[in-house]
Design a protein. Sequence first.
Length: 195
Amino acid sequence: MNAAQKKNLFCTAETIADHLVFAWNYCATLRRLQHFAKQCPSVLDANGHFMSTIVFAMWDALFLKLAHCSDKRREAIGFPELFRQLRAYLPKGHELLGKVKEHEQRIHEMEPQKKVSNWRHQLLAHYTIHGSFDDFYKTNLCSLEEIESLISKYDEILHTYSLPLLEQVFVVKDLGVQAAKGVDRFISCMKNESE
């Protein structure tokens, strides 16, 4: 790869990593809110409208960030763009080109990724669901465990290329701890206020 190609590849990889960092932070925040919903439901219920607004906004943002990773539109920056660049930049027969097809297939077949795409395309961006919202919700219900697993798989795929080609490690999950601590402080303030 020449310098311009390497720069383009780095920018694409960095953008994907940014999507994953935001997604992981949203997951960490939602997971911690889930913890407090079980531990002290009365505190959250006292601010129910506000809390539900935050939770729905987080889920929407989470689905959008993860949908960016698999967006196939030409102008989108996600794995499809990364794979296009790899095919264009790497010499024929390069060992990583065999991984590209494998990873494209893997992303396409991951059930949480399909659900994320459905949320993005059929509800958040266009509202084109067929039938009732309840049916859509039941079919596309996605747990935090599924989302965290999807983020981890995306992170693994990203580093398959960024490490050998760019000598770059993107730190995706570290800030999740800060997100959880922020929720802890926030809920602590709400508890003190309600006492």
